[in-house]
Design a protein around this ligand. Structure first.
Ligand code: MLT
Length: 330
């Protein structure tokens, strides 16, 4: 026989379990009830930040609450991602990261989170082409001349990227491998601040997304030598691809995904995914993406299932390439 205190404790435990079971759907029904934060694991003003702010502002219209961007740059995106992985899984802290999200484990032996197991994918966001750009006073008039200059200067060339695991870092690795030129890599918290040093001429070269380079190329503030996509970009028809410039099979397009920490209620993830799909059709976003050469994900790709499958495909594609490059961070 249970005494009065034990009966009371049991009743309380039962009531608590019932309340929390009933609470999850109720929470999903009332979600969102306060501002949402999207962590961008790179510095403000850069390419991931640009995509995130456009998506956040379009999603805010649908969700009816502010969607704020928090830039937590450093360690190639892994600092911000780690923060997002450990956030309360209630749908109020999300992560918008690019493909570096799934390639990080091949570069960092002590990653404090698992990019796949510790996150609930919400949907794919966008694909963004990359450009090989240089400081304005670079003498080379085209890619063959740039290559000749790289070959004669090697380690004297400063190549900027956003840390091990950044897509600008991956592009540099592929470039060094394809050309056989070892350059000096200079790491930043994002290619936003790296662009400042490229503009001032402190940095020689960078491979970065059009969401960061397009405006500077058009304004004539930096020089563009090639695009990393399989075919030329409609907006830069006279700029060759790296593949047609002699770097056979060179192809790299940065893709971005939206994630919630693992344990976020499925109904909340679904609500966010529908909001993302709507946001990607928002006229203001569509127009800005087009100006920046970014391609919004199709509605069928902006789903948890599609992103879950895609990130595994990409992990399997890039893992062996990064491992073969032999680059590591502790
Ligand atoms: C950024 O937002 O700074 C970039 O996406 C970094 C990168 O090159 O990966």
């Amino acid at each position: 026989m249970l005494n009065k205190t034990a009966r009371w404790s049991l009743a309380c435990a039962f009531a608590l379990a019932l309340a929390s079971a009933l609470c999850i759907p109720a929470q999903a029904q009332t979600y969102p009830a306060k501002p949402i934060t999207v962590i961008v694991p790179f510095a403000g003003g850069g390419p991931t930040d640009t995509v995130a702010r456009l998506v956040a502002s379009a999603m805010a219209k649908d969700l009816g609450v502010p969607v704020n961007v928090d830039n937590i740059g450093g360690a190639g995106g892994t600092l911000g991602s780690s923060r997002a992985a450990k956030a309360v899984p209630d749908g109020y802290t999300l992560l918008l990261n690019h493909m570096g999200h799934v390639t990080a484990p091949f570069l960092y032996s002590k990653l404090p989170y698992d990019p796949i197991a510790d996150f609930a994918p919400i949907g794919r966001v966008a694909d963004v082409p990359m450009t090989l750009v240089a400081r304005k006073n670079m003498a080379a008039r085209n890619f063959p001349e740039l290559l000749a200059w790289l070959r004669s200067n090697g380690k004297k060339v400063n190549y900027s990227h956003a840390g091990l695991g950044a897509v600008s870092h991956l592009c540099g690795l592929l470039l060094m491998k394809a050309t056989g030129v070892e350059m000096t890599a200079v790491a930043y918290k994002g290619t936003g601040p790296a662009m400042t040093d490229l503009l001032s001429g402190q940095i020689d070269l960078m491979c970065d997304q059009t969401t960061n380079t397009e405006a500077q190329i058009k304004a004539g503030n930096i020089k563009v030598y090639a695009v990393t996509t399989r075919t030329r970009l409609a907006s830069m028809k006279d700029v060759p691809t790296l593949a047609e410039s002699g770097l056979k099979n060179f192809e790299l397009t940065a893709w971005h995904g939206l994630y919630a920490p693992k344990g976020t209620p499925a109904a909340v993830v679904d609500r966010l995914s529908h909001s993302l799909q709507k946001a990607l059709q928002d006229p203001a976003l569509v127009q800005r993406f087009a100006e920046l050469d970014a391609q919004a994900a199709k509605a069928s790709d902006a789903t948890p299932q599609a992103l879950a499958a895609w990130q595994k495909t990409e992990r399997d594609r890039w893992g062996p390439i990064i491992t073969a490059a032999g680059v590591h961070a502790e």
